[in-house]
Write a protein that binds this ligand. Structure first.
Ligand SMILES: [Zn+2]
Length: 361
């Protein structure tokens, strides 16, 4: 018996010396054990090899059985430990971690790992209140992506109802919701996408008498309307309240997007478009047509710029306009300048900010 134990020790020592993994060394010793058991089961009782290895198979079988028991115990123990670790790593729904439940943390995990966002950025998104003007072509991706991204409170104002001819591009609405007010159709889609955000639908036209009170409840305004008068009203109200405005517009194959925020530098919408185009010079989508995925491109960019602005990630579009030419697959960015005689923002510009440049921030 001692001879076999010495052989096992020698095998272990040689394995250790040669850098063989522990697992392989145990396998070699298991082979030695199998060899000894085979000797005892096949050779006659008085064979010298049997006499020199203990004389009987019984102690070896006992030793093997004990080894199996130890291995089984270790396997069960490590499985239980792994399960305990898993439970500790994923907190349960009933015990939210900070402002987020475990399900929300998991939902926003791809945001939270981003260096520019992290947990702080995701919390800012949750605390943000964003108002979207229009639940049409641009509003569709804007609303869906803001909801998906976890923007905590999203208001949407529109007085239109879903029409069959909208569905070629307004992907937030569905065929079975034709005739439903767009804000309620959008609300249903957003709630289905992300039940963790608050949606406030306003089924009415934005008018001057309600704009100020409405805008005051939000941190950021996104304008995706195709109505010229509404655009000027949105701009004037945002300027008066000092709210940043992300504005998107479309025509046929081309889209543009800009951030207007004169309170923190840069021009306002009316600095760039001093006067509304004469009736008939700016045809609507219904008259001129618009390629279906284009609002998807521009609206997604608006949602992206909103997320950047809320979280402080990267460089925003203040003082610039991004133009997307879908027909030729080209992007370009132009600089925008303030107009000293702008009727909307010249009077309300903060003291000391007189240039086009962004404030040092
Ligand atoms: Zn202006």
């Amino acid at each position: 018996m001692a001879l076999v134990l010495v052989m096992a020790g020698v095998l272990w020592g040689i394995g250790a010396f040669m850098g063989t993994p522990r697992r392989m060394r145990w396998i070699m010793i298991a082979f030695l054990w199998v060899g000894v058991v085979v000797i005892h089961l096949t050779l006659p009782d008085n064979a010298p090899l049997r006499l020199s290895t203990g004389g009987s198979a019984a102690p070896w079988l006992l030793l093997g059985g004990f080894a199996v028991l130890v291995l089984a115990y270790r396997a069960v123990l490590s499985r239980l430990r792994a399960r305990a670790d898993d439970t500790a790593a994923i907190p349960q729904d009933a015990a939210p971690t900070g402002p987020f439940s475990a399900t929300e943390l998991d939902r926003y995990a791809r945001h939270i790992v981003l260096r520019e966002l992290g947990g702080t950025g995701q919390r800012r998104l949750k605390e943000a209140k964003v108002l979207v003007i229009g639940a049409g072509g641009l509003g569709s991706p804007v609303l869906l992506y803001l909801a998906a991204a976890g923007v905590g409170t999203i208001g949407v104002i529109d007085d239109d109802s879903v029409d069959n001819s909208n569905l070629q591009r307004q992907v937030i609405h569905t065929d079975d919701r034709i005739g439903m007010p767009k804000v309620f159709s959008a609300e249903a889609a957003m709630r289905a996408q992300n039940p963790f955000v608050t949606v406030r639908p306003y089924n009415r036209r934005l008018t001057a008498d309600l704009a100020s009170d409405l805008f005051a409840e939000y941190d950021l305004i996104l304008d995706g309307t195709d109505d010229s008068a509404t655009r000027y009203l949105v701009n004037a109200t945002a300027v008066a309240l000092g709210k940043p405005l992300i504005s998107g517009a479309l025509s046929q194959w081309e889209g543009q997007i800009a951030l207007f925020d004169p309170a923190r530098g840069g021009p306002c919408y009316q600095c760039i478009f001093p006067e509304a185009p004469a009736a008939g010079l700016a045809p609507s989508c219904a008259e001129a047509g618009v390629i279906g995925p284009l609002p998807g491109v521009v609206g997604s960019m608006m949602a992206l710029e909103a997320i950047k602005l809320i979280t402080g990630a990267g460089q925003d579009l203040r003082g610039r306009m991004l133009i997307h030419d879908a027909l030729y697959a080209e992007h370009r960015t132009i600089r925008l300048h303030r107009r000293d005689d702008c009727p909307a923002c010249a009077a309300s510009r903060p003291v000391g900010v007189t240039t086009d440049d962004q404030p040092a921030a």
